[in-house]
Ligand binder design. Structure first.
Ligand code: 4NP
Length: 142
C-alpha cells in the first residue's frame, strides 16, 4: 500500500481538497490518502465551508468529521510521499524533516496552488488540484 499525505498551512482549504479529490480518483486502488497542516493554527477545526461547497458542487464524497491536524515527525516517517501545496509548505516540511525525509517531500505543482483563504477563489484552486491529482495518481500507479 502506498501512503500519501497532502500538506498545506491550515489543513482546512487546499490539502483537504486534495485529499478528497484524490480519494475520489483513487477509488479501488491500494492507496492511503490523508492531509495535514504545517501549522497548528486551525487545529481541530472542520474543512472550510468554501472547500465543502466545492465537494458538493462536484459530487465528491468527503468526511464531515475531518478536523485540521498538524503534521508530525512520525507522519514524515510513515508516509511514502509528502506533497506540499506551495513553496512555503515545502520549506516548513523540510525544516521539520531536518534532512531525514527530504527525498519524500515534493511540491504539488511547480508554481504552487493558490490559497483560497486569501484569494477567495475555490474554483480556481479546485481546477489546479483536480489536474494535479490526476498526474500524481498516474505517477503512483506507474
Ligand atoms: P489552507 O488555507 O492552508 O489551504 O488550509 C489557510 C487556512 C487558514 C489560514 C491560512 C491559510 N489561517 O491563517 O488561519
Amino acid at each position: 500500500m502506498k501512503q500519501v499525505v497532502f500538506v498545506c498551512l491550515g489543513n482546512i482549504c487546499r490539502s483537504p481538497m486534495a485529499e478528497f479529490v484524490m480519494k475520489d480518483l483513487a477509488k479501488g486502488y491500494d492507496i492511503r490518502v490523508e492531509s495535514r497542516a504545517t501549522s497548528n493554527w486551525e487545529h481541530g477545526n472542520p474543512i472550510h465551508p468554501g472547500t465543502q461547497r466545492i465537494f458538493k458542487r462536484h459530487a465528491i464524497a468527503f468526511d464531515r468529521q475531518k478536523r485540521s491536524q498538524q503534521i508530525s515527525l512520525k507522519d514524515l516517517e510513515v508516509f511514502d510521499l509528502i506533497i506540499g501545496m506551495d513553496d512555503e509548505n515545502v520549506v516548513d516540511l523540510q525544516r521539520l524533516s531536518q534532512g531525514k525525509y527530504d527525498d519524500k517531500i515534493v511540491i504539488f505543482r511547480k508554481d504552487g496552488v493558490p490559497d483560497p483563504w486569501f484569494t477567495g477563489d475555490f474554483e480556481e484552486t479546485y481546477d489546479l488540484i483536480k489536474t494535479g491529482c490526476e498526474k500524481w495518481l498516474a505517477q503512483l500507479l506507474s
